[in-house]
Design a protein around this ligand. Structure first.
Ligand SMILES: NC(=O)c1ccc[n+]([C@@H]2O[C@H](COP(=O)([O-])OP(=O)(O)OC[C@H]3O[C@@H](n4cnc5c(N)ncnc54)[C@H](O)[C@@H]3O)[C@@H](O)[C@H]2O)c1
Length: 333
């Protein structure tokens, strides 16, 4: 049995419990939270044997195959390093950390202890599966020719209440910023993953208070990331806006293009384009293409990579490149 321990049983901690518990031969052995009400609720709901108020109990007493860190962003560094130093493999929530020094210290701890450090990027499994895997295999097969531009947007009209600022996400000391450091890790990673290029040559972007009007918290961000391969990623993000919510990925290649609108993941939401004899041909992806990955969730992917000791799509090195990009984007804004 592959044993998982989870620290931080708030919104995403509960999602992880549910997803890990649904995998064959995986069990959530122990959980920890400083909020006893949340801890008790999750223990009952998911029938978990062991709970800890103090995360050190979980790290010191439990023999685990993986510890998942699901606390506010500013706590990622210390909890991750503690877990690695006590001999655990770690899956830490995004963003990896608030600074590059912290992210480097986490990677060093993973190397020093010869333990895996992975960082969550779950959108491709949770919201875009299987279309995004199909898009990626078409890219890798050369269907689009030379790709020069990928546009990704994730525009929300409402995420947090505009008049209640009690959540840690809205305090920059705990979060490190707003929508860019919150949704940015997912969307930037998706763009770099599609491009198979995590090396950045230039970044320029805006980050605006938008509707929230809070210090150092951006509610809207728009930027261009030029990758070393020459591909440009154009990204728009918003938490709240007087605008229609949207989520779209567009590929521009010199042999073909594509548009993916993941709001409803249906084969009809993936459109391919090709200009032939000056005429634009369009086609939807056929339904029988839609079986591309055996791993139904990020959690399955992580367990499988740790068990087989192979590289993962959630590597700390990729997450470091994504964090560096976000910090450069903030600097330019
Ligand atoms: N991957 C995703 O799609 C996704 C979605 C939401 C949040 N997140 C990330 O997950 C992390 C948590 O976000 P959330 O929305 O679940 O926050 P949350 O506030 O809902 O939950 C955080 C929990 O951590 C607990 N906690 C704080 N210090 C602790 C400690 N020392 N030991 C044990 N528990 C402790 C809090 O009591 C709280 O219950 C953040 O880094 C966020 O960026 C990821």
């Amino acid at each position: 049995m592959f044993k998982v321990g989870i620290i931080g049983i708030g919104y995403i901690g509960n999602v992880h419990i549910e997803k890990f518990a649904s995998i064959d031969d995986v069990c959530v052995e122990a959980i920890s939270d400083i909020n006893l009400v949340r801890l008790r609720k999750a223990k009952q709901k998911f029938n978990i044997n062991t709970t800890y108020f103090d995360h050190r109990g979980l790290l010191e007493k439990e023999a685990l195959d993986l510890v998942v860190i699901c606390v506010a962003n500013h706590l990622h560094r210390n909890l991750t390093i503690e877990a690695l130093d006590l001999g655990h493999n770690v899956l830490c929530e995004k963003p990896m950390a608030l600074t590059l020094d912290d992210a480097r210290a986490m990677i060093e701890a993973s190397k020093r202890n010869k333990k895996s450090l992975l960082i969550v990027n779950n959108f491709k499994w949770d919201f875009l599966n299987p279309l995004i895997f199909q898009m990626k295999s078409l890219i890798d097969s050369g269907w689009f020719g030379r790709i020069y531009h990928i546009r990704l947007n994730r525009i929300r009209s409402k995420t947090f209440p505009l008049n209640d600022h009690s959540r840690w996400n809205l305090d920059s000391k705990q979060s490190g910023g707003g929508v860019l450091i919150d949704l940015g890790p997912h969307i930037i990673d998706l763009g770099m993953w599609l491009a198979s290029d995590y090396k950045v040559s230039a970044v320029f972007g805006t980050a605006d208070k938008g509707l929230l009007k809070l210090d150092n918290i951006d509610d809207f961000a728009s930027g261009i990331i030029k990758l070393r391969s020459g591909i440009a990623l154009q990204i728009d993000l918003s938490w709240s806006s007087h605008h229609k919510p949207s989520w779209k990925i567009d590929i521009y290649g010199d042999k073909g293009g594509a548009s993916l609108s993941p709001n409803k993941v249906d084969h009809e939401n993936f459109m391919l384009f090709r200009l032939e004899n000056s005429e634009l041909k369009r086609k939807h992806l056929s339904k029988n293409f839609l079986k591309i990955t055996n791993e139904k969730s990020l959690q399955e992917h992580v367990v499988s990579c740790i068990k087989r000791n192979v590289a993962s799509d959630c590597s700390a090195e990729n997450a470091y490149a994504v964090l560096e990009t976000i910090l450069r984007w903030y600097e330019s804004a």
